[in-house]
Design a protein around this ligand. Structure first.
Ligand code: FE2
Length: 212
């Protein structure tokens, strides 16, 4: 397993964005992250570089095209307990809307400097973090980031993150099927904030993944 090379950061703590699980009352449960389709572009083979920095591919001098997004959060169970060791995978298209996948028309034009897929195990506090791109739309879909989480106990969640406030969301059939309530939307909509302190021009978001 390739270890994450991008430094962990408690980047949003104190900014008001961090989603701290709170047990409001004994027995309270958190809304779980809705399951969504894996879609047709889960990798059939994995890149040589598998770490949690998708913007920089080992051996490439250039970084990926697009707006950098620092994505972080915690993997929790529905009681708000951290799930250390849960394997978090993400995959998404490049800044041109192209996946690194045999089913992708125009795959040969994809940005070779974008890793497209990454994974990391949640740490002892259940925390995960990725340096990736703000997702872009491609024909038929609103911007989204695919993710899968496999808990140490064998639970599996497959879902997608969206950009809060993106006008195309409401026309996207996958989004509409998942975003049935405000509690659902809270689990799948990333609220993006400028993060110039982290990296010039970058955005950041914190969103927890809750497995039932
Ligand atoms: Fe997709």
């Amino acid at each position: 397993m390739t270890q994450p090379t991008f430094p962990r950061r408690s980047l949003l703590l104190g900014s008001g964005l961090a989603l701290i699980p709170v047990q409001r009352a004994f027995g309270a449960t958190l809304a779980t992250t809705p399951q969504q389709t894996e879609g047709p572009f889960y990798p059939v083979s994995f890149p040589a570089d598998l770490d949690n920095d998708l913007v920089q591919v080992r051996g490439h001098a250039a970084r990926a095209m697009g707006t950098v997004l620092h994505l972080e959060g915690r993997v929790l169970d529905s009681s708000g307990r951290a799930m250390p060791g849960a394997m978090v995978e993400i995959w998404q298209c490049d800044a041109q809307g192209l996946y690194d996948h045999p089913r992708q028309p125009g795959r040969e034009r994809r940005d070779q400097a974008f890793q497209g897929y990454g994974r990391m195990p949640a740490d002892a506090d259940g925390r995960y973090s990725f340096r990736t791109l703000k997702p872009v739309a491609y024909p038929g879909r609103t911007p989204h980031i695919h993710f899968k989480v496999a808990s140490a106990a064998g639970g599996l969640l497959t879902s997608q993150f969206y950009v809060a406030g993106e006008p195309q969301n409401e026309r996207d059939f996958v989004y509409r099927a998942a975003a049935r309530s405000p509690r659902d939307r809270e689990r799948i909509e990333m609220r993006l904030q400028p993060a110039p302190g982290l990296e010039a021009g970058a955005l950041a978001t914190s969103i927890d993944i809750v497995i039932g």
